[in-house]
Write a protein that binds this ligand. Structure first.
Ligand code: CU
Ligand code: ZN
Length: 175
């Protein structure tokens, strides 16, 4: 009986901690990532954590190696080319790339590396976008935004998209 009570109180304590944690972090937005055939190959979860937005990407059926990934300006992913996602999310009108003296876009993100089995499970953290509505750099603007994975690596300097090649996967970020 004692053991059960201790177990219960531990459970209550951990529930309280989780609740606090969740409210400090804000709601998690989960979206599906689709490939060029329009089929789901994974998910991305976004959460506001203080000044940062954390993006947890889990996907499979990708080609192994380094790929560019960005947040694009439109919340629309029409396969197979995902052109409807538009350009990189760029509310302050910079050029592309972390190594570009006139850079970078708010939607720019570090390259991801897909394992030899075609899977990826990674957390990306960015402080130049927000999930708070109404802000100029909000990912939840009226028509949403999108997360796009490219065929090639981002060179972090070539405007407007880092020479990262075709768009191979896309997911809509919206409330
Ligand atoms: Cu892109
Ligand atoms: Zn860019």
């Amino acid at each position: 009986m004692n053991k059960i009570l201790i177990g219960l109180s531990l459970l209550i304590v951990s529930l309280c901690i989780n609740t606090t944690d969740v409210s400090a972090k804000g709601k998690t937005i989960t979206m599906s990532i689709m490939n060029t055939d329009g089929l789901s190959i994974g998910t991305a979860s976004l959460v506001q954590d203080g000044d940062n937005v954390k993006i947890h990407l889990q996907a499979s059926q990708l080609t192994a190696g380094v790929h560019g990934i960005h947040i694009h300006e439109n919340g629309q992913c029409d396969p197979p080319d995902f052109k409807t996602a538009g350009a990189h999310f760029n509310p302050i009108n910079h050029q592309h790339g972390f190594n570009n003296p006139k850079g970078f876009h708010n939607g720019d993100l570090p390259n991801i590396e897909v394992s030899s089995d075609g899977t990826i499970d990674v957390e990306l953290i960015t402080s130049v976008v927000t999930l708070k509505k109404g802000e100029a750099n909000s990912l939840l603007k009226k028509k949403g935004t999108s997360l796009v994975i490219h065929a090639d690596a981002d060179d972090y300097v070539t405007d407007p998209a880092g020479n990262s090649g075709a768009r191979i996967a896309c997911g809509v970020i919206s409330k």
